[in-house]
Design a protein around this ligand. Structure first.
Ligand code: SF4
Length: 557
């Protein structure tokens, strides 16, 4: 039918033509709970066609035998993430080509493999297993990530089933380490050992893991879902989709304060308190309710609006709590007080006393970069110090727990001999870096090596800098290393070089830091128009910022 065959109906006064009404009708956000079941973008179609968890069988029965070329493209760039696998960037492709090349042109025939370590808790045997896998199957690569995972690189699909078997034999996995799933749960790296801890929530983290991780009914979320459960506020709780933080209720005693809807990336938003107090035995149930809300009401139409923070921005904490109580928990939550929040992030570097009289020792590799060989050494040093517990922190550091006082010094010296500093400079202590262009397909700039150069420069020029400072290097706007909540947040991008040509560089965010909800610090860093540096000039740029800070501090005193 053509337009001329069906002339427009004459418009009666005050009435809107049906076609115009249809044009104005909201398209919906792809929320399942309001009937939008039809996939609205290719990612949603892929997940509907076949669940991400189902790819494991194909890896074990087909891909590991027939090799990289046999992998279905939808599995390769989609479902394998449900098992912690991403293809890694082909070496030698500069950041200027990241946005213009097709995915298959950017990717190598190797994988990045993320080992899920909920709460960052590892035994010596588990650490040795990861170390051995790294050496045999990952070219001895390993990074401690800012989500308490360990990431390996150069993994071949042929080796993946063996890696899974070896990890699972010691109680580790890569299940839902990536993908649109409930990812690794952050926890206090000193849970169960800290003097200041009132309740150790590890049992709640374990319960969630056992009951819900790998559950197909929670494995098709609109996007990733990040959790933090800790008594101490020593995780970046505010940047998680859900956070439960320790608090003492005046009538009910110790429990957890519930926060929802945080996330950084390109539209950063801090989590908000729902004003609810949750006892330890209800943590898993409340966590489940929040994940189910995300699954059912989360926006699925546009990937860049699919995180829970966008739903929270529209609903607000009161409505979120009401839906949680009425539709999911079927009961009201108990109102609760706000927890005390720290002025600065707590990274546990150094030597600290445990509640039982022993000590834990926190050390700083450079921007989380270690290796399988180094992880093996850490395991050996921990064992020699009488410890069977090693913890990873969300600041790319690690901790050896349960050390007797008379073994602390020997352990500190042993770690130092591996360049793992227990008393690092402020620069080393406060610097984190994401994966960057070395392995990440989305990267525009290099980060890990730059972080090392930056630390070396600042340690030589400002060795006595005596202020806690956080410097977070990110290879692109995705902010995996939390650009916006650092004192100096660095967002990788191309910037004009000395001759006007585009070169690797960073946009600078100044003055971030956690604790916003308590009104204690500034929150997101200020992104000032024009505040950029080339990567080559970064060390001297940061040095100038630090010197200006010191000069202004002195003039204020
Ligand atoms: Fe990759 Fe960008 Fe995330 Fe860095 S911030 S790991 S470059 S996606």
């Amino acid at each position: 039918m053509t337009v001329t065959e069906n002339p427009p109906t004459p418009r009666s006064p005050g009435r809107t033509p049906p076609a115009a009404r249809a044009a104005r009708k909201p398209r919906g956000e792809g929320q399942w709970a309001v009937g939008h079941r039809e996939p609205l973008n290719p990612n949603e179609r892929m997940k509907k066609d076949d669940g991400g968890l189902n790819v494991r069988h194909r890896v074990e029965t087909i891909y590991a035998h027939r090799g990289f070329a046999s992998i279905d493209p939808q599995d390769l760039r989609g479902r394998l993430r449900w098992w912690g696998l991403y293809t890694q960037r082909k070496p030698g492709i500069d950041g200027g080509r990241t946005a213009v090349l097709e995915p298959h042109e950017l990717e190598d025939e190797y994988f990045m493999l993320r080992v899920r370590i909920d709460g960052g808790q590892l035994s010596v045997a588990q650490l040795r297993t990861i170390a051995s896998i790294s050496r045999r199957f990952g070219r001895d690569t390993a990074d401690i990530t800012d989500r308490q995972n360990i990431q390996l690189h150069w993994v071949r699909i042929e080796d993946v089933p063996t890696i899974w078997q070896e990890l699972e034999a010691v109680g580790l996995s890569t299940t839902e380490a990536c993908g649109d799933t409930p990812r690794v749960i952050l926890g206090s790296a000193v849970a169960g050992v800290a003097e200041a801890e009132v309740i150790d929530p590890t049992e709640a983290i374990d319960e969630i893991n056992e009951r819900f991780i790998g559950d197909p009914s929670l494995a098709n979320l609109p996007r990733k879902f990040k959790s933090s459960i800790s008594w101490l506020p020593d995780t970046p709780y505010e940047s998680n989709d859900i956070a439960l933080l320790g608090v003492i209720h005046p009538d009910h005693g110790p429990g957890f304060d519930l926060w929802v809807g945080g996330g950084l990336s390109t539209n950063p938003r801090l989590a908000e308190r729902l004003g609810a107090w949750v006892p330890l035995h209800e943590v898993a149930e409340v966590w489940l309710g929040v994940v189910q809300i995300f699954r059912d009401y989360g926006y699925r139409r546009l990937r860049n609006r699919a995180r829970l923070k966008f739903l929270m921005a529209d609903w607000g904490p009161e409505k979120f709590r009401q839906i949680l109580e009425t539709e999911y928990l079927k009961r009201p939550l108990i109102d609760g007080p706000a927890p005390e929040l720290p002025e600065r992030p707590i990274d546990h570097v150094g030597v600290h006393k445990q509640w039982d009289g022993k000590f834990y020792v926190g050390a700083a590799p450079i921007a989380g970069r270690v290796s399988g060989t180094l992880l093996d050494s850490i395991a050996a040093h921990a064992e020699a110090a009488g410890s069977d517990r090693v913890r990873l922190t969300p600041y790319q550091k690690f901790i050896v727990c349960d050390v007797d006082h008379d073994r602390v010094e020997t352990l500190v010296r042993a770690l130092r001999s591996e360049d793992l500093e227990v008393t690092p400079s402020a620069w080393r202590r406060g610097t984190m870096a994401c994966t960057g262009i070395e392995f990440c397909k989305l990267a525009i700039v290099e980060t890990k090596a730059r972080a090392a150069e930056l630390i070396t420069h600042l340690e030589s020029r400002l060795a006595d800098f005596d202020v806690d400072i956080s410097i977070h290097l990110n290879g692109c706007p995705n902010a995996c290393a939390r650009t916006q909540v650092a004192d100096i947040g660095l967002k990788g991008q191309l910037v004009p070089g000395p001759e006007g040509e585009l070169v690797e560089g960073f946009q600078i965010h100044l003055g971030g830091g956690l604790g916003l909800a308590a009104g204690q610090t500034a929150g997101f860093g200020r992104k000032v128009r024009g505040l950029k540096t080339t990567a080559a000039e970064l060390p001297s740029y940061v040095e100038r910022i630090a010197r200006r800070y010191l000069a202004e501090r002195t003039s204020r005193d």
